[in-house]
Design a protein around this ligand. Sequence first.
Ligand SMILES: Nc1ncnc2c1ncn2[C@@H]1O[C@H](COP(=O)(O)OP(=O)(O)OP(=O)(O)O)[C@@H](O)[C@H]1O
Ligand SMILES: [Mg+2]
Length: 278
Amino acid sequence: MTKPLLEVEDLRVRFHLRTGTVEAVRGVSFQLGRERLGIVGESGSGKSQTGRAILGLTPPPGEVTAKHLAFDGIDLQTASKRTLRQLRGGRISMVMQDPKYSLNPVMTIGEQIIEAYQAHKKASRAEARDKALAMLEAVKMRDPQRVFSLYPHEVSGGMGQRAMIAMMLVTDPDMLIADEPTSALDVTVSMEVLRILDELVSERGMSLIFISHDLKLVSSFCDRVLVMYAGRVVEELEARNLREAKHPYTQGLMRCLPTLKDDVRPLPTLNRDPSWAL
Ligand SMILES: Nc1ncnc2c1ncn2[C@@H]1O[C@H](COP(=O)(O)OP(=O)(O)OP(=O)(O)O)[C@@H](O)[C@H]1O
Ligand SMILES: [Mg+2]
């Protein structure tokens, strides 16, 4: 078997606050090959913090520890700042949950994509500009020329999210962490974005970590699914075997999925057992 691209063993993220310590991620382990891995779980279960810790983007005062954290054999815990900077935005990209905080408000969208490209590739400005426009087109931006010269506050939430995706994919990364990448998009644009991601995975062999709270979307789009609850992975499944879920939390989620066939009344509720969080 070839070595996995990403190895995560016993990842922990803690926030030491005045009011006590919050354990956001409590011993997450998984490996990622050339595949689409979904991470699902309810709000606050630690999905985003898992993604951010892998990239070294845990916000202060967060503390990250792991037994092993490696990308393509590079130990991410001991790598130099320079190596990490080169990896981030180059071979590894992350689409953050809220594009508002990730786009620079005082730079046009086009300039930001050009900057991202030139930071990692040797390219003339004209080449970078062509690439940026092609990327805006690839994320189905209507009138890419116009969007190119707009500032982030001049575009809608969904356009901002697609601009962000364009910026993250412009360097052709080997691995993309996409944190709720379609949450601000309507169904049709959301499907377009998923199709773009799907193409990158199948044509270029990009590895994808797809974070979402939408179990149905994740199971139809990903190959494998990690289910998180209270900072831990409670279940790992092949997406096609979701019906064989053993953990009561996953089973509860499945029961809560709406169906067209049956009119379920009263609507099912998920009763959380305190022992799941132990
Ligand atoms: N900057 C921070 N300071 C303190 N605690 C934090 C901070 N950021 C996140 N947390 C805590 O870490 C836990 C996990 O948060 P995380 O953002 O990973 O959740 P999530 O699964 O991505 O949820 P959502 O679906 O709402 O995006 C939460 O309990 C949250 O309160
Ligand atoms: Mg999140």
